[in-house]
Ligand binder design. Structure first.
Ligand code: ADP
Ligand code: ZN
Length: 638
């Protein structure tokens, strides 16, 4: 056990600069770090990419340097601990992990270093924490005053309202019960009020100070399009805007994951499938390639992504609609952690609405749980159908008001009250809106009349056929040409009527009955629409990918490198090749060695001496010492 004398702690910003090579704190980092260094408990809510890790890593370093011992980090993802710890070691921080991937000898070695006071951070999976051996270790550390801080990452895993519930997280209360004097910091990117309250309750964080950051991710451009031909639309999106760039494509089913990955590959895109049904070693291989190689597209179910801290994911596409806004926002948040332009692009259609409703209806959960889930789905549908700023709606959902972006030319037409972010599809190209009140009334009354006449309900396709006056066999069989609404909506296209149906389901005027062949049923909210008391205004069914969008420039110019002149570009390329080698040698992703932005900054500066490398963001003291000479050599040679 170490007997470190209590030293004066260096100021947090000194650690930030020296260890991590960053000139300044972001957002609330500074206040959080100060609070935790002083021994306060904290609950940190920050969006993905906001910089949560430093909120406990800097206190861990500061507290270790003043003789308070090791910080225990609970992280749910064994597969990523290696890279997280690798990144810290690259920065010269004594970190290690304990998990089931280590053999006995490695485990003993780490335990020995832990008890010798040689570690600043120890990462462990939640299931390990409750084991007698581990509790014994912590007891010993605590008895010597060497248990400094508990950091609980991805804290929403403790809540069933979050979307990654892990029962093992519930056991973490033992930390507080057994060692109440050790401060705790819990962190999550999930912000809704129900989940937050649940985290506080479950982890007994009632006295913890809450630090809620803005959830806005200004560099992410949100776009939601109507689903027509998913594979073709996705392909067009990637080829048009993200060729050669890393991205994630989320699908609802494993089958779809595999099909889409194959389709993308056929078109020359470096795509890999990922879902829980693949063998563990294959999943690991695909994840490694995504993290380590450039420009890989991961086609995945939501089993993929938590804890992935790859900074240069340029797009996140949803081919199927997710379950709720929390999930959607968390998943899209994986794009653009480096702060450079990135895209969140979602497709949705009537079938998505039907499927998601059915999954809730058929789940074995309690009725009030289902009710909460339906409410969350409705909020997402409203977002998808929205004709105003997506970002304002997203932030509004998390209880936050958006600050309007400046408008070019500041035209007064829109008035100050209208939310405008300038970086979502609706702001960039306001959608056409049509008055669908008449179509909605006709659809609803058709559903009503069919039910009345035949005594059974019918599906969406047939109901639309009636309204459009199509003489199908089914029409004849049921005598539906005689209905008063037959042919009454001939002026509407099927796409328009689908849009109306989607909206009617979204607002709870219609229900799709999964127990009866997906037939349509009227619900209470249909009444005011039928009576003409409530107007229905909808997005005009968009034509094929709109011209303006095709002309749109690529959303992400290849990083800061775009601004480099030819000589600097050559240095940048050489530095990347060198980095790839180092990364391979160290068995770590390239961005753990240096971010692209750091390499671009070096390339731009054309450094001749170590002194000229000072002050480049992302180049801390250890990296400077370890790689400085090499970097200079590569630059000179290029
Ligand atoms: P989160 O865990 O909140 O999603 P991370 O801790 O992974 O975010 O940080 C996201 C990215 O931002 C990382 O690449 C990190 O190195 C970088 N970063 C964090 N804080 C700062 C800062 N103060 N200055 C510059 N870069 C930062
Ligand atoms: Zn907007």
């Amino acid at each position: 056990m170490s007997n470190a004398s209590v030293l004066n702690s260096p100021a947090p910003h000194t650690i930030l600069r020296e260890v991590f090579g960053y000139p300044r704190f972001r957002g609330q980092q500074q206040v959080i770090v100060d609070h935790v260094i002083a021994g306060g408990d904290a609950l940190v809510l920050m969006p993905t990419g906001g910089g949560k890790s430093l909120c406990y890593q800097i206190p861990a370093i500061a507290r270790q340097r003043t003789g308070r011992g090791v910080t225990l980090v609970i992280s749910p993802l064994i597969a990523l601990m290696h890279d997280q710890v690798g990144a810290l070691r690259e920065a010269g921080v004594a970190a290690a992990f304990l998990n089931s991937t280590l053999d006995w000898e490695q485990t003993e070695d780490i335990e020995r270093r832990l008890l010798a006071g040689q570690l600043t951070l120890l990462y462990a999976a939640p299931e390990r924490v409750g084991t007698p051996r581990f509790l014994g270790l912590l007891d010993t550390l605590h008895a010597h005053g060497s248990l400094s801080l508990f950091a609980i990452d991805e804290a929403h895993c403790v809540s069933q309202w979050g979307h990654d519930f892990r029962p093992e997280y519930r056991e973490l209360t033992v930390l507080h019960q057994r060692w109440p004097s050790v401060p705790r910091i819990a962190l999550t990117a999930t912000a809704d009020a129900v989940t937050r309250a649940d985290i506080v309750e479950r982890l007994q964080l009632q006295v913890a100070e809450q630090f809620v950051s803005s959830f806005d991710r200004p560099n992410i451009r949100y776009t939601i399009v109507e689903k027509k031909d998913p594979a073709r639309q996705l392909l067009a999106f990637i080829e048009r805007e993200h060729e050669g760039e890393a991205g994630i494509v989320y699908c609802q089913s494993r089958k779809r994951v595999e099909e889409l990955a194959a389709t993308l590959c056929e078109h020359g895109i470096d795509a890999l499938p990922y879902h829980a049904g693949l063998p563990a070693d294959q999943r690991q291989r695909h994840q490694d390639r995504f993290l380590r190689d450039e420009g890989v597209v991961m086609t995945a179910t939501i089993a993929f992504g938590m804890g992935i801290d790859k900074p240069d994911v340029r797009f996140v596409a949803h081919v199927d609609m997710p379950k709720n806004i929390e999930g959607y926002y968390q998943e899209t948040g994986r794009a653009g952690r480096d702060g450079l332009p990135a895209a969140a692009w979602m497709m949705y259609g009537l079938q998505d609405v039907v499927n998601q409703r059915r999954m809730i209806d058929e789940s074995p959960a309690e009725e009030d749980f289902k009710q909460v889930m339906r409410g969350k789905l409705d909020a997402l549908l409203a977002l998808a159908e929205a004709t105003d700023c997506r970002r304002a709606r997203l932030l509004g959902y998390f209880g936050e008001r958006m600050r309007n972006a400046a408008r070019d030319g500041g035209d007064a037409d829109h008035g100050p009250a209208l939310a405008y972010c300038g970086n979502c599809d609706n702001c960039l190209q306001p959608p056409e809106v049509w008055d669908a009140t008449d179509a909605a009334r006709k659809l609803l009354s058709t559903v009503y009349r069919v039910q009345e006449q035949s005594g059974i309900g019918f599906g969406a396709g047939h109901v639309m056929d009636i309204l459009r006056g199509k003489a199908t066999d089914k029409m004849g069989q049921h005598g539906h040409e005689r209905l008063s609404t037959f042919g009454l909506g001939a002026e509407y296209s099927e796409a328009q009527l689908r849009g109306v149906l989607r909206q009617l389901i979204a607002v709870g005027a219609l229900q799709v009955d999964a127990q009866a062949f997906n037939t349509l049923k009227l619900l209470a909210a249909a009444r005011p629409i039928l009576k003409g008391e409530q107007a229905v205004r909808l997005r005009a069914a968009s034509a094929e990918p709109r011209r303006a969008r095709q002309r749109r420039e690529r959303s992400a110019t290849p990083l800061a490198a775009a601004d480099l002149d030819a000589a600097a570009q050559a240095r940048f390329t050489a530095l990347k090749a060198w980095r790839a080698e180092v990364a391979r040698e160290h068995n770590l992703p390239a961005y753990v060695i240096f971010h692209d932005a750091t390499l671009a900054a070096i390339a731009a500066r054309a450094p001749q001496s170590p002194a000229e490398l000072q002050g480049i963001s992302g180049l801390g003291a250890t990296k400077l010492e370890r790689y400085g000479e090499e970097v200079l050599r590569v630059c000179r040679a290029a």
